[in-house]
Design a protein around this ligand. Sequence first.
Ligand code: GDP
Ligand code: MG
Length: 245
Amino acid sequence: MGTAGSGKSTLALSLFERLQTAEVDSAILNLDPGVQWLPYSPDVDIRDYINYGRLVEEYKLGPNGGLVASVDAAVSHIGEMKEELEKLDPEYVIVDTPGQMELFAYRNSGMFIASSLAENNFSTIFLADSIFLNKPSDFVSILLLSYSVNVRFKAPQINCVSKVDLLPKDVYDRGVLWSSDPEMLKEAFLGESVDLKTEISERMLEALTDVGALGEFIFTSSNTGEGLDDLYAQLQRIHTSSEDR
Ligand SMILES: Nc1nc2c(ncn2[C@@H]2O[C@H](COP(=O)(O)OP(=O)(O)O)[C@@H](O)[C@H]2O)c(=O)[nH]1
Ligand SMILES: [Mg+2]
């Protein structure tokens, strides 16, 4: 999950390749009904079941209305998608969600699809685009978004910063500090603007820290492969049951 263009589809491929290197069998499920081009070839594809263009024509919908209708309509094909996945029988299914995250994250059908397909054995990966490291308030806003996804999906969540290859070294280093040291972030955030309601902001940041929203952020790049080992290690930690170890 992540804002539009945060690098979800690209990371789906990088993670798939990382798992391949570890000889772990995985499959990619594309849940973006409106996507024209993908960096990978999906093993299971919502577009085989839902015709976005036809829904838009038939019901005279705008682009967003069409996407909403498509994701809602996909609910009635969960059984078929699940059957396809069961035939492949991979260890991991990487699910690529629609470009605009609200279609999936903030509609009941998205959550229903995820939990039905995975029988609740799933985790969410949240991508914070590296552009959110420009200002402390940008980073705080993406923390809130990440936490709101976590509140909705109630699943183990791995937070990543994406596209870190684009960051100048000073912004990268500052980002590492903000995402690992709540005090550093608080200081930067409160120092950014006198307009912010200081005391409430401070309490909000403390609350985010208390609920673990700050926690660990893996700095990833699909271009250089940075962070993919960590991401895979986190997935193993979450999904390897004690019997398998
Ligand atoms: N420099 C850089 N660009 C990336 C990276 N990951 C994705 N992109 C680019 O960001 C754009 C959006 O990526 P995409 O995966 O389609 O985002 P999505 O909408 O979240 O699925 C594309 O032009 C990608 O090539 C990365 O790690 N580094
Ligand atoms: Mg995408």
